[in-house]
Design a protein around this ligand. Sequence first.
Ligand code: IFM
Length: 438
Amino acid sequence: MIPSRASFPEGFLFGAATAAYQIEGTAFGGCGSTHWDTFSATPGNVKRAEGGSIACDHYNRWPADLDLLREAGFDAYRFSASWARVMPDGVTVNPEGLDFYERLVDGMGARGLRPFLTLYHWDLPSALADQGGWINRDTALRFGDYTETLLARIGDRVETVATVNEPWCVAWLSHFLGAHAPGLRDIRAAARAMHHILLAHGVAVERMRAMGQKNLGIVLNFDHATPASDDPKDVQAAAVQDAIFNRWFTEGIFRGAYPAEVLEGLEPHLPAGWQDDMARISQPIDWLGVNYYTRHIHAHDPAKAWPHDRDVPGPLEKTQMGWEIYPEGLKGFLTRIERDYTRGLPIYITENGMANDDAAGSDDAIRSDFIARHFAAAQAAIAEGVNLKGFFYWSLLDNYEWAEGYQKRFGLVHVNYETLERTPKPSYHALKRALARN
Ligand code: IFM
């Protein structure tokens, strides 16, 4: 059974999260081309070559989607704006794009939903990708202009702003592992993207502070790195992965320094003068968003170049993504982040959820159980003094799961991609019961 609202501290926020490219549909409203449109149009990158041109048609169906949030009893909605919708070529403003986000935040206000905005959830305008995207320092500066333009229009109505969603995915997954757009596998590109995405965060924070915007944060994803054995080499392989995935970002932001374990591999490839950006990257923020899904098991692999890592399959029950269900990792990260980095700053779980092969009307009891176990992990962290203020389920709707296309279903609400009909799943109703105010 999902722990009830009443079993959380007074004022704890419950929400659901989505992202622009995954639900809106780029075919509408004068949205520009993004690197995900071209990446998905290139054979071999995305399952069934699916892209985001229609997605869930949220651009047109947003009122009904906001109704679903309100009817579930959520307090807040975490959504992202698309840079390419606001500025189709990355620079020139599209008034229709700004109008759309204004309608959306006003729609939230009308339904009593608190808007949690993310500025960048991966839909980089193709015109900026042409100039090197996140490999190019200039993209970070252009991001500041986009930030200012969007917030000049809707900043007075959003409750919090996150600069970037999951910089590890923007940089490492996309430029070193090659799994996401732009699909590079190059250590020099990866090093630059790892730095420039944090610089973009710093630039955006600076610009927003100058505008008087409040409640600024960033959303990081955390993946628990478990060593495959007690062999010191496996223990070291897991420590290096922890440093790449988790500590690069927390230590860059909260300490103004990158971990030595990662600099060992990346320093030769970082842009000259990177140290001069660290003060900007580590400006104070007001809250931290934590996305948590799973753990990975790491072994040392001498046949591979740095970071000499091999993933080992784990024994735990897995989701449709093949990710092990490991709620202990959520509690572990929350207590570690509070102790080592945030020390009293508000933390929100900005994403947690699971994909399941749901048909319309089928039972997704496994999802309700997943939520129950992760709510319990969050409560255990609160009991140990973590200043956790809210929990957003990923995702409201089944949607475009990037390189996996549309078949991985994370939603509380089923989407029929032929008709675009929405059907709340049993987990939606279970969560609604848990959130009911008595
Ligand atoms: O769908 C993604 C989301 O865009 C970012 N966080 C992880 C989710 C599930 O993979």
